[in-house]
Design a protein around this ligand. Structure first.
Ligand SMILES: Cc1ncc(COP(=O)(O)O)c(C=O)c1O
Length: 388
């Protein structure tokens, strides 16, 4: 037989995250590797989906999502960011933010287009770019100065093929929350080089220490060139429901919607109804509590990391923390993550998973989106770590 896998398979390898989860399950450990929040979903969201299911919401919906959901998303976006999107023409509900991003890349990027991505990066961003045969070009965020960016690094990354810049705020894995000033700098850069901006704002409601999330599309002159990606996986703790969306000017949204139709047809209809109920009925206090709740988890977990000798890069938002593993035995991030798992039963992700070329070897990433008793157990177990 001379049959082979398609060449694209080499571009999208199984992530370290999944590999660590498998190993952790085999050992019966605590899995802080994957971004799966096991905190409960709001009852109103569950009830909304259950009602829709019992009332026979079983058929395909409009390919960009049910109108009620698009309206609820438009309203929430206006309420939190001040940016207005047309529910009929500028919102595409997809199979999670992951689906929305894939459709947006398909619709707007050509083979060989370069997209600037900050490093450390979220692996799906890079793999999804590669899957559409676009080329990620990396710009560093500096861990020694709170993940600051340098405009010179961005200028150095620009070529005639540069088509877009990708931002993730609050960021996975660094926890960086881009300030308004930083976004203004990036906006000026994008306008000057005539670039699209893809902005993944999945963790928009996870911001700590009194910070606020600033949405790129809200900056002057940016709405027309920005594709905002977000979703309800994290905000409502429903990662398995697969409901996310893209928000952008109608010039781009129609084609993003066509790809969504082609790949997914539509998002699951009763689950669209569930998140609609949540968006309509949960008030500001829900979102404020979310940040407060996760800030407390961050504080608890980062204190435990520091005590265990794994100095944390304390995150400003999202629900991951990169910790320094220099003092642990092992030559690579993967060996050190395995050491942590074997010694304490806590799974993390090797930092190298977030760098393209030999970076991150002194880091591991933990996800702290866990119920308190699980997190407390993990904190205790980490104190057992031995150093070389
Ligand atoms: C930055 C970022 N974007 C998107 C996603 C996935 O979102 P969804 O579940 O809506 O596909 C994640 C999940 O970990 C993430 O960390």
């Amino acid at each position: 037989m001379s049959l082979n896998l398609g060449e694209r398979c080499g571009l999208v390898m199984q992530s370290d995250i999944r590999a660590m989860s498998i190993e952790c399950a085999r050992m019966g450990g605590i899995n802080l590797s994957q971004g799966v929040c096991d905190t409960p979903a709001p009852p109103v969201v569950l009830q909304g989906a259950a009602d829709a299911l019992m009332q026979g919401s079983n058929t395909y919906t409009h390919h960009t999502g049910i109108r009620e959901l698009r309206e609820a998303i438009a309203q929430k976006q206006r309420r939190f960011t001040g940016v207005q999107f047309d529910a009929d023409r500028e919102i595409v509900v997809s199979a999670g933010a992951t689906g929305a991003m894939y459709c947006a890349f398909q619709a707007l990027l050509n083979r060989g287009d370069e997209v600037i991505v900050f490093e450390p990066f979220y692996g799906y961003h890079v793999s999804t770019l590669r899957a559409v045969e676009a080329a990620p070009v990396f710009a560093p965020l500096d861990p020694s100065s709170g993940w600051s960016l340098r405009i010179d690094d961005l200028e150095a990354a620009v070529t005639p093929k540069t088509k877009a810049i990708l931002i993730n705020t609050p960021a996975n894995p660094s926890g960086k929350v881009f300030s308004r000033d930083e976004l203004a700098l990036l906006a000026e850069f994008a306008i000057r080089h005539d670039l699209f901006v893809f902005t993944d704002e999945m963790y928009e409601h996870f911001v700590f220490d009194g910070r606020s999330h600033v949405s790129m599309a809200a900056l002057p002159g940016m709405r027309e060139r920005t594709i905002t990606i977000s979703g309800l996986s994290k905000t409502f703790s429903v990662t398995g429901w697969r409901i996310g969306y893209a928000l952008c000017d109608e010039r781009w949204a129609a084609s993003i919607g066509y790809f969504n139709d082609l790949y997914y047809v539509c998002a699951a209809s009763p689950l669209q109804a569930g998140v609609t109920a949540g968006l309509r009925e949960l008030g500001d206090e829900y979102y404020l509590n979310l940040s407060a709740e996760y800030e407390a988890k961050r504080d608890l977990f980062c204190a435990a990391l520091a005590e265990a000798g794994l100095a944390p890069h304390v995150p400003q938002g999202a629900y991951y923390v990169l910790a320094n593993t220099e003092r642990l035995p092992g030559a690579t991030a993967r060996e050190r993550a395995m050491h942590i798992l074997r010694e304490s039963g806590v799974a993390s992700v090797p930092g190298s998973a977030f760098y393209h070329d030999g970076g991150g070897e002194n880091l591991v990433r933990f996800c702290f989106a866990k119920e308190s008793h699980v997190l407390e157990d993990a904190c205790e177990r980490l104190q057992k770590l031995r150093f070389s």
